[in-house]
Design a protein around this ligand. Structure first.
Ligand code: BTN
Length: 270
């Protein structure tokens, strides 16, 4: 088992009164899943704000029970441990705000480091738009919570960003992209991590505007979408996001359906 190396949080370049920056950062060469590692560490008492970053995962976890795979060094693979005390207004019912905030922070970090603005896709994907091939997935997020006695104990926000990856395997070659491919130059995972942590730290100190900012910037809204659920798929127009984070889709038959989990494909307008 490799030894984790912990680095203290770097100085916040723009500290504001009452704001704290996420950290420490635990760096791993290899782990099964940064989310699994941090959930176990949380059960053993790891501090809120701890960040785990790995060069490679042997069993990375994706949404809806899927796996998340990337070659060594190709992606920023990270998890952030948040306990309710870091954002006291967070409850079981509002955990989605932490993931939405992560999406906003990572979209801005990618823009700052790689020079292009990703599109947010419900619930928490970042896409890069390619004029020739359309939108491709750049980043995915998986948030896992620990609840006991009906109370939220901790939340682990896991993020995978394709940063420096040119040879996608056959199963991803038509759907995924990476920061280096879009920007046409090498992109540093550490620089992206630091830019993200700066922004996420600030948002966690004040979550009040996260839902409205997320709605405003969500590329899924007012878009024709295909919704893929277990055993069912349908098309419609994404009309809204409810306060609890569900996606409201107006079906072609005129019904308003509320989606809590599933896959969304952005379609071109009909
Ligand atoms: C998705 O399916 O889109 C979500 C993928 C989330 C992957 C990240 S990589 C770092 C963290 N650790 C995991 O095991 N999963 C998340």
């Amino acid at each position: 088992m490799n030894q984790p190396s912990a680095t203290p949080p770097p100085e916040n370049p723009n500290p504001s009164p009452g704001e704290s920056r996420l950290g420490p950062i635990i760096r791993l060469a290899e782990v099964d899943s940064t989310n699994r590692y941090l959930l176990d560490a949380a059960r053993a008492g790891e501090a809120s704000g701890t960040v785990v970053v790995a060069d490679h995962q042997s069993a990375g976890r994706g949404r809806l029970g899927r796996t998340w795979e990337a070659p060594v060094g190709a992606s920023l693979l990270m998890s952030v441990l948040l306990r309710p005390e870091i954002a006291p207004e967070i409850t079981i019912a509002s955990v989605h705000l932490l993931t939405m905030a992560a999406g906003l922070a990572m979209a801005d970090a990618v823009e700052a480091v790689a020079g292009f603005a990703p599109i947010l896709k419900w619930p928490n994907d970042l896409l890069a738009s390619d004029p020739l091939v359309g939108n491709r997935k750049l980043c995915g997020m998986l948030t896992e919570s620990e609840i006991s006695d009906g109370s939220l104990r901790c939340v682990v926000v896991g993020i995978g960003v394709n940063v420096q990856w040119s040879d996608f395997p056959a199963e991803l070659v038509e759907t995924a992209t990476a920061c280096n491919l879009v920007s046409g130059r090498d992109i540093s995972r550490d620089e992206l991590l630091n830019e993200f942590l700066d922004r996420y730290s600030v948002l966690l100190n004040d979550l009040n505007s996260v839902l409205s900012d997320y709605r405003e910037r969500l590329g899924t809204l007012n878009t024709r979408v295909r919704i893929e659920l277990a055993g069912e798929a349908f098309e419609g127009i994404a009309e809204g996001v409810t306060d609890d984070g569900s996606l409201e889709v107006r079906t072609d038959g005129g019904a308003l359906r509320c989606i809590t989990a599933g896959d969304v494909v952005h379609l071109r307008p009909v």
